[in-house]
Design a protein around this ligand. Structure first.
Ligand code: ACO
Length: 340
């Protein structure tokens, strides 16, 4: 008998129905930690203001000369080690970043080369803070359709390089870091649609919010170096509803309820946003993975960093239902459901 997914997805003899299964995650955070107190010596802010408004206590900041590809590479090595996968098995690298090493080539190709991978595809995705969910969605679709067999999906940022360190309204919010996930296409057994793997991904964007969060220059058509500019209240206003809506859409697309979620892993921008999302969804603190206090907002890296943390301390158990959600500049946003 053909399973439920068999009616939804293309299938042919050469490429039997597949599902992308998570084999492991890895993380890398730069050694240099900058506390709120240290920041308050440089700009007019305080530990109390930052903690009260955001929950953030500290952030990791890349060393001079440390690039997004360096962070990504370190996270990939950790993910491969955990997964027990050899670099020779990788034939797809999708790297989400807002801070590529250069305008081109894609930072993913530098990671590919540094790993010694000689085959398959490597490219970048730009969806700012929701970049990892976009990258996961693209990789999942390619794996399921047989275009690749084993993928590294990465979120990596050196966000500190695009901050205006004189703008206290933004610079206190962000940090640097990278997280990576190894995903493998595995055949879906015809009798069991409840196997492990990515269950669904849900992507959205609404470019009418372009001006609420952007970099005023930088690589590309403007030809000027730029810094992050943000209308914090506007971002806050939309973040809670759009991320919560995306999780609800994902849950309902899988015929589940919010009670079925074992772990909610929201983008780690701000403790108040995370609290509001979990409250709206009725998901208690004991089912939410939170890393924002020690890492701040690492943009595309927050979700794989949080996944790696929950994997490493054994919170994530095989079969757990994990819901991811993020929102970033654009706005772009989305959600993903994974059976761990
Ligand atoms: N330290 C001390 N005071 C500050 C700081 C700071 N770092 N930053 C701003 N202030 C001051 C302001 O100047 C203002 O002073 P005033 O009243 O004298 O004018 C006062 O604090 C209040 O400023 P607001 O901007 O109104 O503060 P608000 O309560 O809105 O909090 C914040 C600001 C934390 C940015 C909030 O709007 C927020 O969390 N927005 C979401 C933004 C976000 O997380 N973006 C990340 C990227 S998008 C994403 O990842 C989802």
């Amino acid at each position: 008998m053909r399973g439920f997914l068999g009616w939804c997805l293309p299938m042919n003899a050469a490429s039997p129905l597949k599902r992308s299964v998570v084999l492991g995650c890895g993380a890398y955070l730069p050694a240099n930690i900058v506390t709120n107190d240290a920041l308050s010596k440089r700009i007019d802010t305080s530990d109390e203001w930052i903690r009260k408004r955001t929950g953030i206590r500290q952030r990791h900041i890349a060393a001079d000369g440390e690039l997004t590809s360096d962070l990504a590479l370190a996270a990939c090595r950790e993910a491969l080690k955990f997964a027990g996968v050899a670099v020779e098995e990788i034939d797809l690298i999708v790297l989400a970043t807002t801070t590529p090493d250069n305008t081109f080539p894609a930072t993913a190709t530098r990671v590919q080369s540094a790993l010694g991978v000689k085959r398959g595809m490597a490219f970048d995705i730009q969806a700012v803070c929701s970049g990892f969910i976009y990258a996961l969605s693209v990789a999942d679709n390619m794996l399921r359709l047989g275009q690749a067999s084993t993928a590294l999906v990465i979120g990596a940022e050196v966000f500190s390089r695009i901050l205006d360190w004189e703008d206290r309204g933004t610079c206190v919010l962000f940090g640097d870091g990278a997280g990576a996930m190894v995903l493998r296409a595995m055949p879906v057994s015809e009798s069991d649609v409840a196997e492990r793997g990515v269950m669904s991904t849900h992507l959205y964007s609404d470019g009418s919010h372009y001006d609420a969060l952007y970099v005023d220059g930088g690589p590309g058509s403007t030809g000027t170096a730029g810094h992050v500019r943000m209308d914090g209240k506007e971002v806050y206003r939309h973040a809670v509803n759009l991320m919560a809506d995306a999780v609800e859409a994902a849950v309902s697309a899988n015929g589940m309820t919010l009670d079925d979620i074992n772990w909610l892993i929201p983008h780690q921008a701000n403790m108040r946003i995370i609290d509001s999302i979990s409250r709206r969804l009725g998901i208690g603190e004991d089912r939410v993975v939170i890393t924002v206090q020690g890492q701040a907002n690492t943009s595309a890296a927050t979700i794989p960093l949080a996944l790696a943390a929950a994997q490493d301390d054994n919170r994530l158990k095989s079969g757990d239902i994990v819901a991811l959600t993020a929102l970033g500049g654009g706005f772009t946003w989305g959600a993903a459901m994974i059976r761990w």
